[in-house]
Design a protein around this ligand. Structure first.
Ligand code: PEP
Length: 254
């Protein structure tokens, strides 16, 4: 069954008390929302707060926590890094892999991301694999090639069984934090393209069951239109996930 998901990526924002307040406010506001096993909410706080956020979300049936990043080894001399096993041990069920900021600022390649994806799956942490093209790549009409390379490079080493753990987030880099959103037609086109790639590699059942999120300046004002697209199964939300009322309005648009 394909799940609909709204995930909030807080990036490097919020102090500890603010993080607790935000997650509690959202959980309180969600008491009136009709979440169910096929409609989930995910919080991706800074790793320092993963345990305290997980303690709150794990009491809720359809709300989960997500790491913003993991390293591709389980333990060892990797100063400053966190493993999938570690985030799992504090109650975290998901991890972002390959957010465009990690690709651009921390030089993460598809080869590195493929290892992170595998490590997460082995530890029972579901990867939310991010892909997206730059503005120049879209303008030069290379966006489909770029997305295909990112999907193949980061994910297509997986077996069909392993792939069933994957969530994909399509986040055009030119729309992240810019206030510029992809139109619903642009989002639908690319999501359908991604689903087609997955169908060709893993078959129709895998592609029908795959959740594909849209990310990039998604807000209360445009969420419903984006989520109404047949291949858009929810959103990965940055800025608007930092304000409880806005985040809940986006969730209610699912
Ligand atoms: C993101 O960083 O994943 C994102 C989608 O950010 P924003 O919603 O702020 O564009």
């Amino acid at each position: 069954m394909r799940k609909k998901i709204v995930a909030g990526n807080w990036k490097m924002n919020k102090l500890q008390n603010e993080a607790k307040t935000l997650v509690n406010q959202v959980v309180d506001l969600l008491q009136n929302s009709n979440l169910s096993d096929d409609k989930r909410v995910i919080f991706s706080p800074p790793s320092l707060y993963l345990e305290s956020v997980s303690l709150i979300t794990n009491k809720e049936a359809f709300i989960s926590s997500c790491s913003q990043n993991i390293y591709f080894e389980n333990s060892g001399a990797y100063t400053g890094e966190l493993s999938a096993a570690m985030v799992k041990s504090v109650g975290c069920e998901y991890t972002l892999v390959g957010h465009s900021e990690r690709r651009a600022l921390f030089h993460e390649t598809d080869i590195i991301l493929a290892k992170k994806v595998s490590c997460a799956i082995v530890q029972g942490v579901a990867p939310i694999y991010c892909c997206g093209e730059l503005l120049a790549e879209r303008k030069s009409k290379k966006h489909y090639d770029i997305i295909q390379a990112q999907i193949e490079g980061g994910l297509f080493h997986l077996s069909e069984d392993e792939f069933s753990n994957i969530i994909i987030a399509y986040e055009p880099v030119w729309a992240i934090g810019t206030g510029e959103t992809a139109s619903s037609d642009q989002a639908q086109e690319m999501h359908a393209f991604i689903r087609g790639l997955v169908a060709a590699k893993y078959g129709n059942t895998a592609s029908d069951n795959l959740t594909i999120l849209y990310g990039g300046s998604c807000k209360p004002a445009n969420a419903a239109e984006l989520f109404a697209c047949p291949d858009v199964d929810g959103g990965l939300i940055g800025g608007a996930s930092l304000v409880a009322e806005d985040f809940v309005k986006i969730i209610d648009a699912l």
